[in-house]
Design a protein around this ligand. Structure first.
Ligand SMILES: Nc1ncnc2c1ncn2[C@@H]1O[C@H](COP(=O)(O)OP(=O)(O)OP(=O)(O)O)[C@@H](O)[C@H]1O
Length: 224
């Protein structure tokens, strides 16, 4: 697997009301980083420092004003390239479809990639394995809206795991979890890194950050 490289990323949210772009502070300002495969890295910083924005830029869900993202030799210029090279985001607030079951949600990104029947069957198996890994195999038939916040968060993590990504970006993946499940999820993220992926985890949790191989700290959109 390859290193994820960001160079000089800058992003300002679009204007609302009477503010103009020039008046707005950049949510991410001149951020560069190099994340080696096999590493679990914590992205830290106070609320509003730009962690979510940076993850969205790396996943190409936001387009930077300036700056580049590369995975190895590939310039990651748009969302479809990001998906093709295996950059996956587990978003804050889980991003699941509330009226589908956990077992229906987990394979959705995998199913979106293929029409081949054998790949679709494999997606089901991978999803069950991922639900098992987060301790939710028994709850697979429940609608997302019937699950607790912590269970929903684990379903979202299972969806990221099922993709077997080259880069896993996880936004506050343990914020809603009890102690046991937090340990379980951190162990799983470590396992993803040990299989050769790059894992970047935004977190407010000092204990989770301390378990990471390295920390990238943000303040007011800049690295500190
Ligand atoms: N949709 C938006 N429109 C305008 N400004 C936004 C939007 N989302 C975030 N911001 C602003 O961008 C900055 C960075 O926000 P971001 O959500 O990336 O921070 P964060 O470090 O992830 O915060 P938290 O730890 O609270 O999740 C903040 O000043 C925030 O107010």
């Amino acid at each position: 697997m390859s290193s994820l490289e960001a160079r000089g990323l800058r992003y300002r949210y679009p204007t609302t009301g009477r503010t103009t772009v020039g008046d707005r502070a950049a949510a991410i300002d001149d951020v560069s980083m190099s994340l080696a495969p096999g590493r679990l890295v914590a992205l830290t910083g106070p609320s509003g420092s730009g962690k979510t924005t940076l993850l969205w830029l790396l996943a190409k869900l936001l387009e930077p004003e300036v700056g580049t993202v590369r995975l190895g030799d590939t310039a990651v210029t748009d969302l479809s390239t990001a998906q093709r090279v295996g950059i996956a985001l587990v978003p804050q607030g889980n991003g699941l479809a509330a009226s589908l079951t956990a077992r229906e949600n987990v394979p959705l990104p995998l199913l979106a990639r293929t029409r081949r029947r054998r790949a679709q069957a494999a997606a089901g198996e991978r999803s069950d394995t991922a639900l098992d890994a987060v301790g939710l195999r028994e709850s697979g038939g429940h609608l997302i809206e019937e699950l607790s916040g912590g269970q929903q968060q684990r379903v979202a993590i299972a969806r990221g795991l099922a993709l077997a990504p080259a880069v896993l970006l996880a936004d506050e993946p343990t914020s809603e979890l009890d102690h046991g499940n937090r340990e379980r999820v951190l162990h799983l993220l470590r396992g993803v890194a040990e299989r050769g992926a790059t894992v970047l985890m935004a977190t407010h949790d000092p204990e989770a950050a301390a378990l990471a191989d390295a920390q990238i700290a943000l303040d007011e959109g800049r690295r500190v």
